[in-house]
Write a protein that binds this ligand. Structure first.
Ligand SMILES: Cc1cc2nc3c(=O)[nH]c(=O)nc-3n(C[C@H](O)[C@H](O)[C@H](O)COP(=O)(O)OP(=O)(O)OC[C@H]3O[C@@H](n4cnc5c(N)ncnc54)[C@H](O)[C@@H]3O)c2cc1C
Length: 414
């Protein structure tokens, strides 16, 4: 394969943009395909953290016990649309099977190892795209209203420690000293001092794409409808009737990855955990660092635009409108936490791409040596974007991947 090999990347979210830049770094000619503004989807509205501590999945052995209160309380960050779940039972059944103790322990180990490589993938892209100013290392805090809440996640925090996360425990006084504007007297907390966050994830994608274009990258503002693969090449049919020929294609369309025709059926294991944010512009001075109110299921993150309250999980597919109950919930909790104007400036819904085993899909398709997958990063897509791009570029270049990707192969769904 010469360096003039053309690779198409479908999807210009943070994962697709990272793949595109890493492929250029390896010398490939790259075409990036997306009908929307790069980064404007799920990658724009997240909680902005480079969550190296994020090895513990939503899947949990005690979810069964907590499920009734999580589903039926008006104060719950989790919601399910029963009609959606009943008409798409396979994902939910597999998700629940992956809540067994042994399965969760395996997920934690695999994510923990991958998370140690985050900056191997991210640092070169920040330098290449001249985007270091968008990352700030202010640490990150989890807060708990009382000792009981804190004790309830002891095992989770122990698992984080075992995977190499470093953090210190905080009492009420420490929390007040670190974040004096918090209105609630949180009794316990954790401080992860070394964690960074992105000041504006949309801007980060935009910087990546500017760099991509400077490197002669081709950006096509169309939807990919279908992939056909034959001897030595793929052909991608776009929504304007045109086709793109390439030697390889990387599918990085997030939660929408399975909607492209010609993709093998194992992708049907992908669904979405919808997540929301409300944002209050120009209020970022209220916190120094992202603070997660653990049991309320969201992060308050100071961005370069304002204070963003991002999180919650809703299982309701990709088509339903925003759920006003969840927007109201976030808005109410935001006001309990900080002194804010009455109405947020932004109410946002995003679609985390999630497989039931909480692992991303990184690797070659099981049916074609021309199709690579890079999606399914659920709560960690921003964090894992750089390392995913690096691994995809190594695979495309015929190199031994620098991290074992066998557990992330789509083969696991066969
Ligand atoms: C509330 C919330 C908080 C979060 N907080 C964090 C956090 O703090 N840290 C973290 O690491 N992660 C976080 N995440 C997760 C992270 O945002 C996602 O995992 C990540 O954005 C997924 O990126 P992506 O590029 O795979 O998908 P997307 O951003 O969804 O991008 C996919 C792109 O594909 C395009 N596309 C779709 N179909 C087609 C098609 N047929 N043809 C061409 N293009 C197509 C779309 O237009 C879109 O631009 C959070 C998510 C949410 C919802």
């Amino acid at each position: 394969m010469t360096n003039q090999t053309r690779i198409a990347v479908i999807g210009a979210g943070i994962v697709g943009c990272s793949c595109a830049l890493w492929l250029q770094k390896k010398g490939f000619a790259v075409t990036l395909i997306d009908p929307e503004d790069p980064g404007s989807g799920t990658s724009s509205g997240n909680a902005c953290t480079i969550a190296e501590y994020g090895c513990v999945p939503v899947n949990s052995p005690d979810l069964f016990r907590r499920l009734p209160s999580l589903l039926f309380s008006s104060e719950s960050p989790l919601s399910l649309d029963p009609a959606y779940v009943l008409s798409h039972p396979a994902w939910m059944i597999e998700f629940l099977l992956n809540c067994r103790e042994k399965k969760v322990a395996r997920i934690i180990r695999l994510l923990g190892k991958l998370l140690t490589k985050v900056y191997d993938g991210l640092d070169p892209l920040l330098d290449m795209a001249d985007a270091r100013d968008l990352l700030t290392q202010q640490g990150f805090m989890h807060v708990y209203v009382n000792q009981q809440e804190f004790d309830a996640v002891k095992r989770v925090n122990q698992a984080r420690r075992e995977q190499g996360s470093t953090f210190v425990e905080l009492d009420r006084g420490d929390i007040r000293d670190l974040e004096p504007n918090l209105k609630i007297p949180f009794e316990r907390g954790l401080l992860f001092d070394s964690i960074s966050h992105v000041l504006n994830p949309l801007m980060l994608c935009q910087r990546y794409v500017e760099c991509f274009k400077r490197n002669q990258g081709e950006l096509l503002r169309h939807r990919a409808l279908e992939i056909n693969h034959g001897a030595g090449a793929v052909q991608i049919r776009l929504d304007n009737g045109e086709t793109v020929d390439a030697e390889r294609v990387v599918i990085a369309a997030g939660a929408f990855s399975k909607s492209i025709a010609g993709i093998p059926t194992q992708l049907l294991k992908l669904d979405t955990e919808r997540g929301y944010h409300v944002q209050f512009n120009n209020m970022q001075h209220l916190l120094k660092r992202p603070v997660s109110w653990h049991h309320a299921g969201f992060y308050a993150t100071p961005t370069n635009q304002g204070m963003r309250f991002a999180g919650t999980v809703e299982i309701a597919g990709i088509h339903k409108e925003k759920n006003p109950r969840i927007i109201n919930y976030l808005n109410r909790k935001a006001h309990e936490m900080l002194e804010l104007p009455q109405q947020p400036d932004q109410e946002w819904l995003g679609f985390r791409p999630t497989c039931p085993d909480a692992l991303p899909v990184i690797g070659y398709s099981t049916t074609s040596e021309y199709i690579l997958y890079a999606f399914g990063h659920h709560h960690l897509g921003l964090t894992l974007s750089g390392i995913t791009g690096k691994l995809i570029a190594e695979l495309a270049n015929g190199e031994e991947p620098s991290h074992n990707i066998t557990p992330f192969s789509p083969r696991r769904f066969l």
